[in-house]
Design a protein around this ligand. Structure first.
Ligand SMILES: *[C@@H]1O[C@H](CO)[C@@H](O)[C@H](O)[C@H]1NC(C)=O
Ligand SMILES: *[C@@H]1O[C@H](CO)[C@@H](O)[C@H](O)[C@H]1NC(C)=O
Ligand SMILES: *[C@@H]1O[C@H](CO)[C@@H](O)[C@H](O)[C@H]1NC(C)=O
Ligand SMILES: *[C@@H]1O[C@H](CO)[C@@H](O)[C@H](O)[C@H]1NC(C)=O
Ligand SMILES: *[C@@H]1O[C@H](CO)[C@@H](O)[C@H](O)[C@H]1NC(C)=O
Ligand SMILES: *[C@@H]1O[C@H](CO)[C@@H](O)[C@H](O)[C@H]1NC(C)=O
Ligand SMILES: *[C@@H]1O[C@H](CO)[C@@H](O)[C@H](O)[C@H]1NC(C)=O
Ligand SMILES: *[C@@H]1O[C@H](CO)[C@@H](O)[C@H](O)[C@H]1NC(C)=O
Length: 617
């Protein structure tokens, strides 16, 4: 049925070539057959231009500039105390002593070489570069238990990968609950854009903030029926005022008449946010790592892991205006600072847009009342890449089956209590999936939740449905996915291609599975590797999701993984050897409390209770 890959067919129809592998990266012709622009200059009046042969029309899955430039950075994780909103101090785990960690900035096509140093006493760490495709570099994906062993205390590891896409993203620890404690930072990959602007203001990461350690909250969340605990506050770029007026607001300084680019990232462990700016609507130009046809909105819903790049013009009276960061309502997270309502009249949650020449004072501007929803934005990618509907039709009858057998291009993942054959994912920190791949060992323990995708350049379709009234942000590693359809009721799950979007589907790397609804995702198997597909909520929320099996790994083109990487000697083997030494040391402090995916001992008990550990999903 799938002897001729549909991905190949798409190329044949459009570009006259057979597979993605045969298109040279510096080809003067992009997938849609258009010659790329030469000789233009990227700047305020021509943001669509980038460099010779590369512009906003370039198909980023097929080509990117090989700049040869290497951006180097060292990120050191330490155990300190912090109180970013002026509230009570707690132990936190920070990168280079700051929250959030430093922004990594590079140009499209640059290589990033990042050294991660673990200075924690009793925790490993591993760093994931969210949204980076890691084509041919699966072992740099930073998922301990899947693509690496954790980095042991007092050890370090060098990650190296190329930025083949551009836009805004974030990086974070994938070790247990760590990112909720502060092990998180942002990334800017400069490239072309679909609208012009004068200046780039940079990234504003948004997060929920807890006064208790997230490690501790995980345990209480497990015991309480009815959902995760509320956060105490919300941080905008690592700062906010607290309920007592301590702390400070993040300020955005602008000049009247100029147009600005601003990049939002939701780095929370639990909350979805709505963002607006009084008197200053946004023009959205980028969603995750995908450039989009510009659209205007005064309210943006941003789920965990999602990014929105916007432009706006400072065209109002010189003054101060509130940037508002509000809640989507109880189902997608509550912070005490909101005082029980999405818009708290007592304390504005957010930041300040401040014009040059305005007095130093909090704004008195009024703004929209946030729409209380837990649903994603809708948009159209600038670069149209259709999905062939014929392969979908060929397998559509499998949609009604529960979890389909391994090797199927369609996976129906029923979340209620079942997951993959009722198995919630768990991994072994000491034996990552790449060990199995290298050993050619296919005896995966059930709890690794492995689904094999052996076909080459085959579109894989996934139906994910939620039978519970809570939304889940679903993230896929190693791929952007195409959202063929989504709905808020199981009754509307499609049984055929009718009503689905194959023409210009939304494309991104995190999408919200609506409460009680479904998502239909597709991506081509063009990137050999062991990749996670998971619910991107960590810390307190994870327990609920993970215990429902909300995570799996797909093993894409297993036989090609090791050759695509080169080999695993070097950083991979060295990190595993030092982790095993650390983890099996009789005098090791700390507890083996959770796999990062599900709770093991409650309350946690000292010493090594079981093998393994895990990724946090
Ligand atoms: C951080 O330091 C505190 C106080 O010494 C200690 O209790 C805790 O275990 C440390 N955490 C880590 C991850 O090293
Ligand atoms: C976020 O904070 C950092 C550190 O203070 C600052 O350099 C950066 O400009 C801030 N970002 C924005 C968009 O203001
Ligand atoms: C967005 O709003 C701006 C300012 O009002 C306007 O110039 C522009 O045409 C609008 N863009 C779209 C895509 O509607
Ligand atoms: C709020 O939602 C309503 C109804 O869905 C919609 O008409 C309106 O445009 C939304 N407002 C904003 C600011 O997005
Ligand atoms: C709001 O503040 C500005 C100064 O930024 C002031 O000129 C104006 O009168 C204030 N408006 C109200 C309604 O208080
Ligand atoms: C789920 O169970 C079916 C039937 O027993 C089996 O064929 C399949 O391999 C299992 N899938 C996984 C991922 O364990
Ligand atoms: C394959 O992996 C399983 C599970 O870890 C292990 O029990 C078995 O010994 C391995 N087989 C080989 C040949 O290494
Ligand atoms: C990691 O550090 C946290 C915070 O100090 C602690 O609660 C947790 O038990 C540690 N995990 C391990 C495996 O030691």
């Amino acid at each position: 049925m799938f002897s001729l890959s549909s991905f190949g067919l798409a190329f044949l129809a459009l570009g006259g070539v057979v597979s993605s592998a045969s298109i040279p990266y510096n080809s003067p012709v992009s997938r849609n057959g258009l010659a790329r622009r030469q000789g233009c200059t990227h700047g305020p009046d021509d943001r669509g231009c980038w460099s010779d042969g590369f512009d906003i029309d370039t198909d980023v899955y097929e080509s990117w500039p090989n700049t040869g430039r290497v951006v180097e950075k060292t990120l050191t994780v330490t155990n300190v105390t912090c109180n970013p909103d002026g509230g009570p101090a707690k132990f936190c785990q920070l990168i280079n002593g700051q929250y959030p960690g430093p922004t990594i900035e590079a140009n499209w096509g640059d290589t990033l070489r990042i050294t991660v140093v673990n200075k924690l006493r009793i925790n490993g760490t591993s760093f994931h570069w969210h949204g980076i495709r890691q084509l041919g570099s699966n072992e740099q994906d930073g998922v301990n238990g899947v693509t690496e062993c954790p980095i042991a205390p007092n050890e370090q590891k060098v990650y190296e990968f190329q930025a083949t896409q551009y836009g805004t993203s974030w990086y974070h620890s994938h070790h247990s609950n760590q990112y909720g404690e502060g092990v998180v930072g942002t990334m800017i990959i400069n490239g072309p854009a679909t609208a012009n602007y004068d200046e780039d203001l940079g990234v504003l990461p948004l997060t929920d903030w807890y006064y208790k350690p997230v490690f501790e909250l995980l345990w209480s969340a497990m015991r309480v029926a009815g959902g995760p605990p509320p956060s105490q506050n919300v941080l905008v770029n690592g700062t906010m005022v607290d309920g007592n007026g301590k702390g400070k607001y993040q300020k955005l300084n602008v000049q009247k008449g100029k147009t600005y680019r601003l990049r939002f990232v939701n780095t929370a462990v639990d909350h979805l946010f709505h963002v607006s700016m009084d008197g200053h609507p946004f023009t959205v130009i980028g969603v995750d790592f995908v450039s989009v046809k510009p659209y205007n909105t005064s309210d943006l819903a941003i789920a965990i892991g999602q990014r929105y790049d916007v432009v706006f013009t400072a065209d109002k009276d010189v003054g101060n205006y509130w940037l508002r960061v509000n809640s989507g309502g109880g189902a997608c997270g509550q912070a005490a600072i909101y005082g029980g309502a999405p818009n708290n009249p007592a304390t504005v949650v957010g930041g300040i847009l401040s014009y040059e020449g305005a007095p130093t004072a909090n704004p008195n501007s009024t703004g929209i009342t946030t729409n209380v929803t837990c649903i994603d934005e809708t948009f159209s990618p600038h670069k149209v890449i259709p999905v062939p509907s014929d392969t979908f039709a060929a397998v559509v009858e499998q949609l009604s089956v529960g979890i389909t057998p391994a090797n199927s291009p369609i996976v129906n993942w029923l979340i209620t209590g079942a997951g993959l054959n009722a198995s919630s994912m768990n991994v072994d920190w000491e034996k990552p999936t790449l060990d199995y791949v290298r050993d050619q060992n296919s005896s995966f323990p059930t709890e690794l939740n492995v689904i094999e995708l052996p076909s080459i350049n085959q579109w894989a379709f996934w139906v994910i449905r939620s039978a519970i009234p809570v939304p889940h942000p679903i993230h896929v590693h190693g791929h952007d996915f195409w959202i063929i359809g989504t709905g808020t009721s199981a009754a509307t799950i499609p049984t055929g291609p009718g009503g689905l979007d194959f023409t210009n589907p939304m494309r991104r790397d995190v999408a919200t599975l609506p409460a009680g609804g479904w998502l239909l995702l597709a991506f081509p198997t063009d990137n050999p590797g062991a990749w996670l597909m998971h619910c991107l909520t960590k810390g307190t929320h994870i327990a609920w999701h993970a215990s429902q099996g909300l995570s799996l790994q797909f093993l894409e083109r297993k036989d090609e993984i090791i050759s695509s990487i080169g080999d695993l000697e070097g950083e991979y083997d060295r990190t595993c050897a030092s982790w095993k030494d650390y983890w099996n040391m009789p005098s090791r402090e700390g507890v083996d409390e959770d796999s990062g995916l599900r709770q093991i001992n409650n309350p946690p008990v000292p010493g090594k209770q079981r093998i393994g550990g895990g990724v946090k999903v």
